[in-house]
Design a protein around this ligand. Sequence first.
Ligand code: TRP
Ligand code: SF4
Length: 442
Amino acid sequence: MELKLDPWGAVHVDDYNRLFQEFGISSFDEILPKLKAPHPYMRRRIIFGHRNYDSVVRAMLQHRPFAVMSGFMPSGRVHFGHMMVMNEIIWHQQQGGDAFAAIANMEAHAVRGISWAKCRDLGINEYILSLIALGFQPSGHIYFQSENFKMRDLAFELAASANFSEVSAIYGFSGETTIAHMASVMAQSADILHPQLKEFGGPKPVVIPVGADQDPHIKLTRDLAYRMRRFLVERRGDYVSIRGKAAGDDLMQAAEKALMDADFGKVRRYAEHIDLTEIRESEGLVSGELMEEIDRMMRDVEIKHGEFGFIPPASIYHRFMTGLAGGKMSSSKPESHIALTEDPKEAAKKIMRAITGGRQSLAEQRKLGGEPEKCSVYEFLLFHLSDDDEELRELDGECRSGRRMCGTCKKDVAERVEIFLREHQQAREAARDRLPEFGIKT
Ligand code: TRP
Ligand code: SF4
């Protein structure tokens, strides 16, 4: 019962955590204390899970290069769910990350059969304008998949390391699945890894903010990143083993030389691995930092020999808003969501019609109180329309104790949605003139 008093909806978070133990996603709780000024989504536990985000946080804190990347399939209208991903990209850009946003027109064309012209129209007039209006800076990269040949070359290269059975096990491909559909899966992995190409400064931690449903893509891509490596650096207690993975003699020799020059400790070279023994500073266990240093050195060797040396991408996962009509928020059900391009008055009406966490009658509401954790109207405040944690805490308390009625609440939120959309849409129109700054031809 005590959990229920958490205005960030800890009950949901708990469910998610359970879900994730199964899939190997880590809880965001362990990251939160490391961040000086976390994004409200983090503070409010809307971002609840991650893979390998520590690597990004470390780079962020030590002012080392890192990047943020995500993608949008131009298949319909841009809505508040997409806005979450956009805000996460922009936040990381503000923290100093190189920012990448893909308009996944190859995916939309291959998987949904949407024409190239329509993809372009939706890409610009739905997604890109909102992304810029929300604060994406031109130092970052917005691109259509079909026009990014560095990414496409990488997709081909990745495809050489992925086979049909493994991708079909992940995506449920069958004999009827088109080759283009499969290629679009490789394009997505290449989207995720291409910020680490030489052209963009080489290997670096990259975070992919996505909804939890996108985790299979992340897992596959992390796996591919690992497969493209030629050395595997492993801690073995007080020594380090560097295994060559089809590294070839040239690479093994180069690695041996680099390690000897670095003076980490005694270097013993075998046919397919190199051991570092008597490691400096090691007292029983080799430190994580030293492991990273050795790994970085091995990546450098790989890159000098024309390999990629990818670092497995990190991810952060946000939970979804409840749909306005109950159930999931879905782009294909207009009543369930509000588009960022929607008429503000119509949007306000949707809020007034929304299913809340309220009770059947006013009397019951007064007696039992409402359930904000099940309330799509409350979620608009929690996710988007209130910066003020204190305000939310109060509202949560008033709702639960039956002092707040849904009618009042809806009117308040409807008004805020209307104002927000009006302002956002103005910013979108201003963004239209700035498209060339982002390399977008109209
Ligand atoms: N597949 C994603 C979607 O359906 C879009 C996407 C394409 C993407 N490339 C990406 C997401 C890279 C994250 C990272 O919405
Ligand atoms: Fe939701 Fe407000 Fe009703 Fe509570 S009072 S259930 S927060 S609409």
